[in-house]
Design a binder for this molecule. Sequence first.
Ligand code: GLC
Ligand code: CA
Length: 602
Amino acid sequence: MRKSILALFLVAGLWGWSPILAQSQPPAAQPKQAKAAQSESTPIEAAGHQWWQHAVFYEIYPRSFADSNNDGIGDLPGITSKLDYLKQLGVDAIWITPCYPSPQVDFGYDVSDYEDIDPIYGTLSDFDKLQQDGQQRGIRIIMDLVLNHTSDQHQWFIDSRSSRNSRHRDWYIWRDGKTSPASANAASGTPKQLQPPNNWISLFGGSAWQYDPKTKQYYYHFFFPQQPDLNWRNPAVREAMFDVTRWWYDRGVSGFRLDAVGALFEDPSLHDNPILPGKNAYGDPNMENKYNFNLPEVHDVLKGLRKIADRYDAVLIGETATNNIDQLEQFYGRHNDELQMPMDFLFTDIDKLSPPAFRKQIAAVNATGGWPVYVIGNHDIERSYTRYGDGKHNDAIAKVMAGLYLTLRGTPIMYYGEEIGIEQNDPKSKAAVKDPIGKLGWPYEKGRDGERTPMQWTDKVNAGFSKIRPWLPVSDNYRTHNVASEQKDPNSILRFYEELLALRHTNQALLDGDYVALNENDPNVMSYLRRYKDEAVLVVLNMSAEPQKASFNLLPQGFSAQEAKTLLTTMPEMKDRAGVSAMTLAPFSVYIGEIAGPATHN
Ligand code: GLC
Ligand code: CA
């Protein structure tokens, strides 16, 4: 079960598979899961709420969304051509993973120019067209900002590595190696007596230090060697990156998803990290990233970025990998002056349908006082359809998960294809792998190709994504799980998403109500109220494969009604109403209903 990769790094060694190599056993086989009319929504803008609190965000991996010029790779005009689809679905903002010029070593997360578009995705005019067409439909654009590192082909780094006195030398992290007669590091062409400045390892395998023979020093890279870390202690770096954000805001973007924020700073005295037992998928020792991850200095940078964002009414979303809720809380800023939307990966990391685990995490994030941000999948995590699926009820389970995270208090970020149930499609052989971490870690780490497969538009060849063979093979379930077929099927996952999102946009309690946990000892049925003044919405999710009974006494919450008026359910027998004192719930089912007021305040 692969967690978000940054989260993995944080507690490397604590998860099952990490010490596997040390024990020299094959990893436990990952259970392969079986293949398993909406009206225009009118957003309600309640006083005191920011646009991003009521918005539904949708992550697009541009290589894989829609291919307009049939070269097998998705592009910006492809996205533009699907805006009506996104509108119909109920999306208010799209986050596009990096589409800047890039050598594509890490498929765009290695940026060689922050103020342009990579030709494989189109041009700046294509971007402007996407932005304008989006605006006409009320869909905003969020860019992905890779702050921690650039590509080694970025002009800044090309200059930096050219000489020890170059203008950009100090924009990256250069250090002398350690001289130790005992160590021979001849393999990489490094002089025999030299070894890396310290023991830090890269998240993507091997030492985090790369020797550069030209100037005879090492540079630091938290990710691939082709992704040298910027030196955020240098004010010029900070200014340059801040300027990048202004440049895009002036072009009309509504915010950024900030990549790998935890990696921005490193301990300047380069203390060795503590080593933990066992080895990771790449054969490196597990370690606690005490001195190179989530250092407090990052908060100052976030405050600076926020000041600029506020001038443009823009939102900052964080890829905030944290060990615990206190760290997550800090990313909001002590005075709510850092990230408006730090993603709660502690929630994402719950990979079982476990009401107790969900309740606990929801309560914890609510208690921070920050506005929660929920995600169940992204381009670094196994597809939610497969991760939560049991192989038999995957479609029903996909609806249960939607019923959960799209009705909670907070902002959801969907991942493209989740709304149709795209399943995980890991490469079948090492030779087929495209993601370099999969090549390096095979077979323990198969890389992230499996969650990045093309969007499934139709049941025709290449799932209607492209006329030629796409850069990654389409997932096996495209014949049944695709937009065209699901639009026609009133019981499809897609139709369920459409109805749920329409509801979410128009129901005041779902938009602004508090979250009140109900029946907290029930191990199978997750239930809660979203309560707004005299209104409440009851959400009941059977997270088990068995029918369950549930009974609600809402008097303590101030509601005396015995019946709920159904808003949306997967159970036809309850399509109009349900008695709340005795409900019988089908396996993996969703019930969402309105509890009529007036509330009897207690
Ligand atoms: C983030 C991205 C991931 C990328 C890495 C390096 O974790 O989500 O895809 O490889 O940063 O930029
Ligand atoms: Ca860094």
